[in-house]
Each structure stands twice: as C-alpha cells, then as structure tokens.
Design a protein around this ligand. Sequence first.
Ligand SMILES: CCCCCCCC/C=C\C=C\CC(=O)SCCNC(=O)CCNC(=O)[C@H](O)C(C)(C)COP(=O)(O)OP(=O)(O)OC[C@H]1O[C@@H](n2cnc3c(N)ncnc32)[C@H](O)[C@@H]1OP(=O)(O)O
Length: 717
Amino acid sequence: MAQYRVVSGSVALITIQNPPVNALRAAVREGLFNTIKRASSDPQVRSVVLSGHNGTFCGGADIKEFGNVSLPGPHLVEIFQLMEDLVKPVVAAIEGFALGGGLELALACHYRIGHSKAKVGFPEVNLGLFPGAGGSQRLPRLVGVPAALDIIITGRHVAAGEALKLGLLDRVIDQNTVDAAVTFSKIQKCTSPPISGKPLDNHRLGNRPCPPLENMDAFFEEAMKRVHSRARGAVAPITCVQAVRGAATLPFHKGMELEKMLLGTLFNSAQAQASQYCFFAERAGARWSMPSGARWDTCKAKPISTAAVIGLGTMGRGITVALARAGLSVVAVETQEHQLAEAQRAVSRMLKGGGRVSYSPDLQAAAEVDLVVEAVFEDMAIKEKIFKQLSEVCKPGTLLTTNTSTLDIDRLASCTRDPQLVVGMHFFAPAHIMRLLEVVYGPRSSPEAVATAMQLGKRMGKVSVAVGNCTGFVGNRMLKPYLEQANFLLEEGATPELVDAALEEFGFPMGVFKMSDLSGLDVGWRVRKEEGLTGPGVTAGQPMRIRHGRRYSPLGDLMCEEGRYGQKTGSGWYLYDKPGGRVARSDPWLRNFLEQYRARHGLVARRISQQEVLERCLYALINEGFRVLEDGIAASPQNIDAIYVFGYSWPKHRGGPMFYASQVGLARVLEGLNHYHQAHPDVPHLEPCSLLRRLVASGSPPINKWSEVVKGHRSQL
Ligand SMILES: CCCCCCCC/C=C\C=C\CC(=O)SCCNC(=O)CCNC(=O)[C@H](O)C(C)(C)COP(=O)(O)OP(=O)(O)OC[C@H]1O[C@@H](n2cnc3c(N)ncnc32)[C@H](O)[C@@H]1OP(=O)(O)O
C-alpha cells in the first residue's frame, strides 16, 4: 500500500500503491503513516521522496469509503502534519494526477516536482465537499488567495505549466520525475546542513502566513455573491469561500479548526451523498449490457477513423466538431448549398482552424467512411430515404447511426441492407459541449455496433449510456410528462415565471419554459404533428383538450401557430429584445393569451404553490423513470440519473431524478402521485407505476438494491 525503499544511498522513496488511481484508502493511510515514521527514524535516510505507483501520484481520498461514518485508520490531517513536521526534506514527485487528498498530500511535502503532463487540482466541490484535510488552508498560503479560491471553487484540473507559474510546483520536467526528485532532494540536503528543521520552515506551508490581499473584505463579499448566484442551491461552493477566508484571516491552527467544523457540516450531508453518487453513476454507463446478454467486457468495438455527418443544422455542426476534436477525419454533408457554406464557416470557427473536415453537398461523399451520423431534422420519411440511400452508397460494414431524439431506430434499420449496423447516437445540444450521448440499440443492432458507438462516445469525452429503443428513448421519454405537467399548470392558473422560479430554485439552470424557448417550441410541435396529436393528422371532431381519451394541452401548438417559436423568433413563453435574443422578459401578451384561453375552456385560475409545481413536474418525470426501468429501456437507475445530470442539467447536488426519489422517500413519492392522480384522473402519467408500488411494498430498498426488485418485474418490450 505504501512501499518503502532507500535509494541513492540516503533517500527514502515512498511509493503509494493502490491501483488504478492510488486512492488514499485506510490501508494506504496506514502505510503512509508508518513509512513516514520509518523515514524519520532511519539514520541512513537524509531526505524523502513521495511518489505514486504506475504513473499516477494520487487521485485523493477513496470516495467509496465516504459512506463509512467513522473512517478507519489514521486520519489524513494527522498524516499530513507528520509529513510537514519531518526534519528531513520531503519532495513530492508528481506524475499523472494529484487530486483532492492527493494534492493535499503534495502540499504537506516541502517541495513539489511535477512531470510536464501532470495535472493537479481540488475536485472535491464536485463531490459536495471542499479540501478538508488542510488543503483549504495550505493552498492559499502557497499561491495566494485569488488563485487558490479559483482552483478550489471550480474543481478544475490545473496543468503542470500553469501550476509552475502559480508556484504550486517548484519544478516541471519532461524526464523521469522520481529520478529528478531523488536528485533534487539530495541537493536540498546539501544546501541546508545540518538538517535541523529550521531551514525547511519556509517550506512548511502551515508555518507561512497567507500572502496579503488588498481589499480583502470586498474580495470575499464579491466572491460570495458570485458563488451564491452560480451555485444553484449547492452548499459546497459556499463553504469553499468560507474556508479560504479562514486561511486568509486566521492563524493556521485556527484555520484548521474552522476547516474541520465546515467539513463536518458537509461530510454526511444529502448533497454530498448525491454528488458522490453522481461520480459513480457517470462511470456506470461504461459497463453496459444488452437484454441479449451482450456486455461491455465481452464485445469488441470496430476501429473508426473516418466519419460522415449528414445534415449541417445546429446539431450536425456540433457533432462534426465533436468528431473532429476526437481525431476523426470527417466528411460533412449538406444538400442545401447556402446552409453548407454557412455551416463550413461555423464549424471552422468552432474548430479554430484545427480538425480534418471536408464538405460536400453530395451523399456519395460518405461512400468510404467507417461511420455515418445522420442529423437531418425530425421527419421519419426524410430519414428513411436517407438511410436507404446510405445503405446503397456506403462501403459494406459502415456503421449507420442517427441523431434522432425520438424516432424508431428499428424502422430506420429496416430500410438498410444491414440492420445490425444501425444504432442511435443521440447527442444533446450543443453537441460539442454537452457531455451526454445516448447510444440507442434496436432489436436488431449488433453488440459490435453498440460497442463501437460507446467507444466513440468515450473518445469524444462523452458520458455514454446504452439504452433501448422506444419513443424518446430514456431522456425525452421522461421529459414528456414533465413538460406536460408544466403546460397543465399554466392552464390551471400558473405563469411561466412561477413554474420556472420553482424549478430554478430546485437547482436547474433554467426552468422548463425558458428551456423550451431556448431549444425552440417548433421542435416539439413537429414531433406532435408526427404523432398525430396536432395538425392535419388529428381526427376531425376531437375536443381540443383531449387526445386518445386523455387530457391534452394544446398551449404549445397555439404558441407555434402564432409564430412564437422561442428565442429564435424573439418571442415564446417569454419576450426577447430581438430574434435570437437571450434575455427573457415577462410578456403581457402571454398573460392575456392565457386568460383568454382559460375563459374559452371554462377553466378557473387558482393559486398554485411552488411545492405543487415541483411535485407535479418532478414526480411525473420520476414515475416515467420507473416505467423506463420496468420496460428494460434503461439498465439501472444510475444510467437514468447520468442521462439527466449530463444531458438535462439536473442539479448534481440532487443526484439525478431516481436518486432524488430515493432521498425524498419512495413512499412519499408514491403518496404524492396518488394524490395528484386522484385530482387528475385523466392524466395517466400521474398514475403511480407498478414498479414504484412494488418497491414501496418491499420496504423501499436503497437505490443500489432496486435491481433485485426490477429483475422479477421486467416487461418484455
Ligand atoms: C465529520 C467529518 C469527518 C471527516 C473525515 C474525513 C476526512 C476526509 C479528508 C479528506 C478528504 C479528501 C477529499 C478527497 O480527496 S475526495 C477525492 C478527490 N478526488 C477526486 O475527486 C478524483 C476522482 N477521480 C477522477 O477524477 C478520475 O478518476 C481521475 C483520477 C482523473 C482518473 O480518470 P480516468 O483515468 O478517466 O479513470 P476513471 O475516472 O475511470 O477512474 C478509474 C477507476 O477508479 C475509480 N476512482 C477514481 N478516483 C477514485 C477515488 N478518489 N476514490 C475511489 N475510486 C476512485 C473510478 O471509480 C474508476 O472505477 P471503476 O473502473 O470501477 O469505474
């Protein structure tokens, strides 16, 4: 766990060994504690080098241990103090990552030497925590308050070059870091004889004052204001500011006491648990499986080096950029010439001149590529035609994928020569930025095709989740009842402002109506027309607010008929200063429109609380999530949560919808749904699904045990 060797005659080389990231689990902490003591008392040893096994310094505390109320083994704070107090120089040799507790460990050393490719950082804020083992107190003393606060609040990875400039690293080298650290440690020994402890005092960060900061009060006030406006209800970023302020204003030991107190408020909090759950949910998608039994560890991906993107609207452009950035050579195809020229300019701008992209108005240009992503707009007839053509044009073995967000993958596959080579690759706008990729398999998609799309997702830096084929797949299928409830609430008396405020207070970056305005109301309108819910496909004589015997809100359709598509037309649920404008303002026209609509349909507006908004929108979405699990469309609640956190900006500190349901309590969610379904019996999405009932009947097991209840219960879609 921590290997001890004496090298070069007098240097104790301590190597942390806990693959894959050398996390500081109890046995490692024990090993570190013992080896530091040994180095201290070993008369042969004049200096110490600390390194990590296999090219990674240390990925921090072991997150898997965090559920444990009393962490076993020596505490990190104690180990780091022991190290800092050592009278022999200690040098951290940093290769790969030094993150979280790993960077705190390096800060407790007297010197830090990093490889040029090393990265350091404090990602704790992403786990609902802050650097609570001395990091919040030592880093500001080393690099100053503004730089330290930035690193701690953003959780970003700092590259070695920047770390050197900040003074976080003493040296950056390209050669063997451990060898360089050993040599360096011996020089320290020579320049500071005798090694009495005193010459090292300036390298003990706990002994140093924080570099002074002008206008400190104003600086922290401003920082706190910024954090409050961006944190969306997350507590950890606020605590980061409080802890760093402590470093700037208190002696080290007092700052450490404050740090301990603040960490105590976060450590077992619901937000920390939710954020840490998200860390593992993000990685769970990589271990995908299909109902056939095919799995991530038994299926090989095809090598992909060339790709074509068909259709260069907003999505197609973003996908082109994402593929090019992943190192693929991309052919971008758009049959409309003016759109092609505009797309070429936009893609070049986004790629800043980099990437290998060629452009063509002709589908024939896709003849030799390994993979195609079709990204034309949501019209089944057009997509079918394109898939048929691609099947004829492309070389045998080319993977044909579609970016459709709702349509049937199997129907598209059936237009091709090789349906097993067809999968969905559902990107989220903007496609070169949003992390989520839904990889959709139809009943005929081969495991190799799924493995290839998943592998490509990884290359693009996406969180990829394999899901089954149904209308809307996982994300959009669950979104439908959420949007539906929001519209019903408007009919019943709410305003877009009221609904959005409730959802933004919950932690979404924007409420449902602002989000709809941003993505374009016409997108859903087109889908509803395809589904025969509005437009010429509707059976004559149907009441406006009923479809297929269920309550239906035509509000979105009416808005589109008025030409109000959202931001792009300058008006939607809100008013914008111009088409393409971003700042939403309340629109008196809409208030009037809603009043007239209610009057026309005999609806009496009532007062609606934020709690009702949240419960109806979120419980309806969660209920559909349980149906998705029941139908086997998603393999696990973790996969659903990853989809919502990385594709729909569900607040990470709430852990995703299914985790949120488990935190609220399944019985309470069930009770809420029952209550609202009784009030709205014509809304099937509010009727609690049988999996939720069964889970509650089984005593509401924790989320990692749901699969046992799901297993016996899966419907065969
Ligand atoms: C009342 C108060 C009590 C207080 C007592 C508590 C005192 C606590 C004191 C200190 C707290 C310290 C805080 C921390 O250090 S928190 C951890 C901070 N570190 C991180 O957040 C880093 C997380 N890891 C990563 O970002 C990446 O893994 C990275 C290191 C960048 C490597 O990326 P990559 O190469 O892509 O590999 P993977 O992400 O796929 O990871 C490989 C597997 O390793 C698992 N993993 C990674 N990091 C950790 C970790 N820190 N702990 C446990 N497990 C970790 C990861 O899940 C992968 O596993 P699998 O393959 O099974 O999916």
